[in-house]
Design a protein around this ligand. Structure first.
Ligand code: AMP
Ligand code: MG
Length: 490
């Protein structure tokens, strides 16, 4: 059952610039209609910032749009083609269960992709039903919005709608669709796909990406190289932010790495609890390729694949192009390190820069690892000066470290008060704790009780507030002997 009905909805201002790319980049595809949709969660403030009519969207009209039963005026749904290195191996992909409705141009002139995920099969779905289930779609909503509130660049979630149909997995599960909002869905994998078609297509895509995300580079002498360098900078900065908040993406394949520098594809991701650089949550990542400590080098590996695809645009002489690419990639480590170190100094209330800072930070992380200290809560306890809340506060190692840190703070011009203020802005009081997310999903999926999730979303909306209500959400779960595992959300 397909549906081509188009209705006017106040506030939609959808454009379709992606369709001006060569045809090989997409397939026009209508969403598959569903029987009895029900709105489960709606992001009113995001809708407002997009210039949408929130009252209408909260009613039946919105539900129909968010589920794909009605396509809003101006929309021209397409599935995007892409490829990617998945766990190191090159594969042809494409939106197998997602559709781009169009690009919403906001009242302030910004442009955002509006995408439905779970909207049915597309020409790129070789396997699978093109559908998604309620638990993983709500999980994406909760975590992507939490990431946004934490200050990490990310796509966002506008709504989750239950389709009213069940989806067959190991058991029958309620089907759902999430509406995502992103700067774009251009990925490293889109470029890998383009390279496979031809240099002309590759250049068309690069020009499109520059126009959309880096228009200031158009005048550069070698604009493709300048473009590459900017993407590299944004990716390095993004991954540094992930490390700083303890976020583990879980599936850093090149098709999940954006040109805009936003986090996308919330599948098996989760936040680290105990500080252990080897932490992996994803059930499919048996080798630990995407473990916490591997995220920065994998980011570089992905950017090397990106550089390879762009070689013909860097220089007509291949050897020269390779030299250019290698030189550009070599900047990654220092960009990443600079962002990470600045972020870590902020977490410790350090304003100026001394060479002793990095060993000081490394020492703390080493002590945390040894004592299996919770990553977020250790920084939270230091921010609140409630050291007794960390399991290592009694240890001599930590006591000695603490004295060194305090002495370091004394050496800068800023007052202790200012340091603690900086720490409050840099260390979240709450993150989406795995047991809290699970609890919210369980209530939503099994009991159709969305109140637990709504409260969690509220608590996570201002992670640096240090409000009394957040206290409860900072608590760790009762000890469990089963390590937390996440799944790809299919
Ligand atoms: P992801 O792990 O979400 O990045 O997905 C990898 C690829 O598998 C993408 O091309 C998806 O569109 C596709 N895919 C994932 N789940 C399904 C599904 N249920 N039906 C069809 N395609 C899917
Ligand atoms: Mg993906």
């Amino acid at each position: 059952m397909t549906n081509t009905k188009r209705t006017v909805y106040t506030g939609w201002n959808l454009k379709n610039s992606y369709e001006r790319l060569p045809e090989a980049f997409f397939s026009n595809t209508e969403p598959t209609a569903v029987s009895s949709p029900e709105l489960v969660v709606f992001n009113k403030s995001l809708a407002e910032s997009l210039g949408l009519d929130t009252e209408k969207l909260e009613g039946d009209e919105g539900v129909d749009v968010f589920v794909g039963n009605v396509v809003p005026e101006g929309a021209s749904p397409i599935a995007q083609a892409y490829a990617g290195h998945q766990f190191g191996h090159f594969t042809m992909l494409g939106d197998g269960r997602a559709l781009l409705l169009g690009e919403q141009v906001t009242p302030s002139g910004e442009r955002f992709d509006i995408q439905l995920k779970g909207s049915g099969r597309t020409p790129y779905s070789r396997r699978g039903d093109g559908r998604a289930t309620l638990g993983p779609m709500l999980r994406e909503y909760i975590i992507s919005e939490a990431m946004h509130a934490l200050g990490v660049p990310t796509n966002r979630s506008l709504a989750v709608v239950k389709t009213g149909e069940s989806v067959i997995r190991e058991t029958d599960l309620p089907g759902a669709i999430v509406t995502r909002v992103a700067a774009s869905h251009l990925r490293i994998g889109t470029f890998e796909y383009a390279r496979g078609i031809g240099v002309e297509e590759l250049q068309a895509l690069a020009d499109y990406a520059i126009e959309r995300h880096y228009p200031e580079l158009k005048a550069e002498e070698n604009r493709y190289l300048a473009f590459y360098r900017e993407v590299l900078k944004r990716q390095a900065a993004l991954i540094a932010k992930w490390q700083l908040v303890g976020f583990i993406h879980g599936v850093m394949n090149t098709d999940n790495m954006t040109i805009s520098g936003e986090t996308i594809d919330y599948g098996p991701c989760a936040f680290m609890d105990e500080y252990d650089p080897k932490t992996v949550f994803s059930s499919i990542d048996v080798q630990g390729r995407y473990a916490y400590q591997n995220q920065p080098p994998i980011g570089k590996w992905n950017l090397a694949r990106f550089a390879e695809t762009l070689l013909p645009l860097f220089h007509e002489d291949q050897e020269e192009a390779v030299n250019i690419a290698q030189e550009a990639i070599s900047d990654y480590d220092s960009y990443y390190h600079k962002h990470w170190l600045r972020g870590m100094r902020d977490k410790l209330g350090i304003f100026d820069e001394l060479s002793q800072d990095e060993p000081l930070i490394e020492d703390l992380l080493g002590i945390m690892q040894k004592h299996k200290a919770d990553y977020t809560n250790t920084f939270r306890a230091m921010t609140l000066n409630h050291l007794e809340e960390t399991p290592m506060s009694e240890s001599t190692e930590f006591t000695n470290w603490y004295k060194q840190w305090q002495a370091r703070l004394d050496r800068q011009e800023e007052s202790k008060e200012e340091s603690y203020q900086l720490m409050r802005k840099s260390n979240p009081a709450v993150i989406p704790r795995n047991h809290r997310v699970e609890e919210a999903l369980e209530a939503a999926v099994s009991q159709e009780d969305y109140s637990v999730m709504e409260r969690l979303i509220d608590i996570l909306a201002d992670p640096y507030a240090y409000s009394p209500e957040q206290k409860e959400y900072a608590k760790l779960p009762e000890l469990s002997d089963r390590p937390y595992q996440t799944f790809c959300g299919t």
